[in-house]
Design a protein around this ligand. Structure first.
Ligand SMILES: NC(=O)c1ccc[n+]([C@@H]2O[C@H](COP(=O)([O-])OP(=O)(O)OC[C@H]3O[C@@H](n4cnc5c(N)ncnc54)[C@H](OP(=O)(O)O)[C@@H]3O)[C@@H](O)[C@H]2O)c1
Length: 315
């Protein structure tokens, strides 16, 4: 099936920007609904991308948006707040709107370890959201869904490594909660390529893909990596489970909610996979080959350090 017009929910966000750019390069028309058009201003220059203000929870508006497209990608998500509404109700409404309006292709973003019995409300809501979408899919066999479950995603405009970069810039000693939590970080461009490729590959229909980078890191190793890339010697003090939860309770009360107790519960499961990045979507880049090119540029000798990291990573 030829895909010419894609509705990209969550397109104003970090991963959405890469997806919109890759779709635009293929001259696919993209509509990005957002609560405030200003949030999508970095997309204004992409020639085939239209950023529109809409309430995607309003069924009439959602159906009107869906109706004019060949495929829908849902990247809407939150790390704290009303998980049921964003991770369960919305994907269900969206799948129903697709089925009702003859849109046969839906890509839905979930997360690694999504499970209705998971340890955190985030992961349980992801599990319920997936189940809700598959139920609609089962009742409407013409609707073909692809589900993605990524580990943590890095990129120039990510929240995770940039937050670490901010911390190492400001503090000589960093008390780190959940230091042994495990991740397989992957590059935003690889995630976007998997999503965009799946639109044109029939074998991805009604499949779930775990997306992971090539290496496993603990949270402490990721913070140390950022300190090394930005050439800052820092003392990282790993907190045990009780102090990690206490720290999250305090931060969870502050504006911005750097981390919440629910996030700590999510990290009690390794965000890793025993299967590599699916070869159908190409090769996934390692942090060492990508991150120094942007985080390391400000520091003296940034280019030389970038080469060092690339060499150490075997590139
Ligand atoms: N980044 C990661 O490491 C990572 C890892 C695993 C899974 N994921 C999942 O991948 C997806 C994209 O992640 P991201 O990092 O790009 O997220 P992001 O930068 O935070 O963007 C989230 C998007 O969701 C939309 N959104 C959030 N709450 C909404 C609400 N209540 N109503 C309407 N729209 C809402 C926002 O749209 P507006 O604000 O413009 O309305 C925004 O475009 C999410 O589902 C996320 O959970 C991300």
């Amino acid at each position: 099936m030829m895909i010419n017009k894609v509705l990209l929910l969550g397109g104003s966000g970090f991963i959405g920007a890469s997806v919109a750019e890759q779709l635009s390069k293929q001259e696919i028309f993209v509509t990005v609904p957002t609560r405030r058009r200003e949030r999508g201003k970095h997309l204004f220059l992409l020639p085939t991308v239209d950023v529109v203000e809409a309430d995607i929870f309003n069924i009439a508006q959602l159906e009107e948006l869906v109706r004019h497209h060949d495929a829908v990608i849902n990247l809407t998500g939150i790390l704290h707040g009303d998980f049921e509404r964003v991770h369960v109700t919305l994907p269900k409404l969206l799948a129903e709107a697709c089925a009702k309006n003859g849109v046969s292709r839906l890509i839905n973003m979930s997360a690694l370890n999504a499970n209705t019995d998971g340890p955190s409300e985030y992961l349980r809501s992801r599990g319920r959201g997936e189940a809700a979408v598959w139920a609609v899919c089962k009742a409407n066999p013409l609707l073909k869904v692809t589900m993605f479950r990524p580990s943590v995603v890095f990129g120039e405009h990510d929240r995770f490594l940039n937050m670490f970069a901010g911390l190492v810039k400001l503090f000589p000693i960093i008390p780190l909660g959940s230091p042994d939590a495990r991740f397989q970080p992957l590059w935003v461009e690889d995630v976007a390529r998997a999503i965009v490729t799946s639109l044109s590959q029939a074998e991805t229909e009604n499949q779930t893909y775990r997306l992971v980078g090539p290496k496993v890191y603990t949270l402490r190793e990721m913070l140390q990596f950022v300190a090394d890339v930005t050439a800052r010697r820092r003392l990282i003090v790993g907190l045990g489970p009780t102090l990690s939860m206490l720290q999250a309770r305090v931060f969870g009360l502050l504006p911005g909610k750097l981390i919440t107790p629910d996030n700590v519960r999510s990290m009690s499961l390794p965000s890793t996979s025993d299967q590599p990045f699916p070869s159908l979507f190409g090769h996934a880049a390692a942090m060492e080959n990508v991150v120094p090119a942007y985080l390391g540029q400000e520091v003296a000798g940034g280019r030389a350090r970038y080469r060092q990291f690339r060499d150490a990573a075997g590139r």
